[in-house]
Design a protein around this ligand. Sequence first.
Ligand SMILES: [Zn+2]
Length: 308
Amino acid sequence: MIEMKIFPPKLLAFFSILINFGCISQVPSFSGESAFQYLEKQCSFGPRNPGSEGYELCKSFLIDELSKFSDSVFTQKFNQLIPGTNRTMEMTNIIGKLSGSGARPILLGAHWDTRPTADHDANPEKRDKPILGANDGASGVAVLLEIARVLSQYPHDETVYIVFFDAEDLGIEGEHRSYALGAQYFAKNLPISKPELAIILDMVGDANLELPIERNSYYQNPQLVKYLWNLADEIGLTAFEKNLGYEIYDDHVPLWENANIPAIDIIDFNYPNRWSNFWHTHDDVPENCSAESLNQVGTLLVHYIYDR
Ligand SMILES: [Zn+2]
């Protein structure tokens, strides 16, 4: 994921429109504590950059764990030229199909790989070492594994695809399309029936969670953005902020550009705040994330899925 431009926040007037919800009381609960254990488990493997030991261990874990909750799990393998080199490596997107057989499937996604370098670390001597990626990598996957667990316990009519994208974070800064390579391959070689929409999670574990609306999301699916941020307001999820934040190239952009899937990204790029950032540093560790933050994002998605 890479930040593209910075815009000043702008209040969106149309959010004053209230929406009604029919059956909030029947929505199953999401456990932020359980999701946080998934975050810690991924980090226990060490950095998960392609080619590392942690990458292989985590890949096996994710396939096994997702299989416990899914009707079916399969992988989409592809050979990828590593940006800035002449080497290719085999990469793996992991796809789970859950719940019903309705005609309105949705896709929930997150990248599972972590960045091979800490290019923004304050210590220049540590910049060539891979990051742990507690927030940038593990957090989105953690929320989705917990959602998979909930869906397996409380079956739902509509199909939910959960996709763990590989090779999101191998990019060269300033070259947007050297990022999100797994999502690019997925979108160009769609291995599932086309979902009605997609919601990507990235960097949702920050203990100081702030979730303004990412700008490409607003261009690509304004209806969904408005619905979700209004829903968050309705159920008291205070991390969600009804203003426009950064424009970010993440896995949602190739889904829209290459497969015409109206996709959005829930992301907190100010980690922990607008004055300092643990992004792509060795401070991206579980201690800077929280169960409560994962709980806010997971709770919103569970409400969305069961209220559709
Ligand atoms: Zn990253």
